[in-house]
Design a protein around this ligand. Structure first.
Ligand code: FES
Length: 155
């Protein structure tokens, strides 16, 4: 039995310690926000936070998440009002949308450690999140917009 703290809730899982965190989130906890992309930690669509740090959940065993706070996109807000989600919606960033939960999770982690990132810092932090629709410019603008919003309501 493995106990995980996911979006503030303690969850007990009867699963192999080597199970990828993405599998546990999607298949055992019905949290479908994080997406399966490459399965090798290369595309970023499965990005979630472990103690606030972005990780690729497709290559992270659940044993590595024990004792840490796991945050998925469902945990950012109950109603899509996190400042990064609002900026994403206002600037119409998503196209097909598949990669966007992972993009948002990487963006949130960046803004939590660097509240006002430069363009270069945004590019560096987001380099591991691929988008087949090429929404990179919109992503950059949304991060810049979110960085102007005071942390507080829904941050
Ligand atoms: Fe389609 Fe990014 S919006 S892959």
């Amino acid at each position: 039995m493995i106990t995980l703290l996911v979006n503030g809730e303690r969850r007990q899982l009867d699963a192999d310690a080597a199970m990828p965190l993405l599998w546990a989130l999607r298949d055992l906890m019905n949290l479908k926000g994080a997406k399966f992309g490459c399965g090798m930690g290369l595309c970023g669509s499965c990005t979630v936070h472990l103690d606030g740090e972005p990780v690729r959940s497709c290559i992270t065993p659940i044993s590595a998440a024990e004792g840490k706070a796991v945050t998925t996109i469902e945990g950012l807000s109950t109603d899509g009002t996190h400042r990064v989600q609002i900026a994403w919606a206002e600037l119409n960033v998503p196209q097909c949308g598949y990669c966007q939960p992972g993009q948002i999770m990487s963006a949130v982690a960046l803004l939590e450690r660097t509240p006002h990132p430069t363009e270069g810092q945004i590019e560096e932090a987001m380099a591991g999140n691929l988008c087949r629709c090429g929404t990179y410019l919109g992503i950059k603008r949304a991060i810049q917009q979110a960085s102007q919003v005071a942390i507080g309501g829904g941050s």
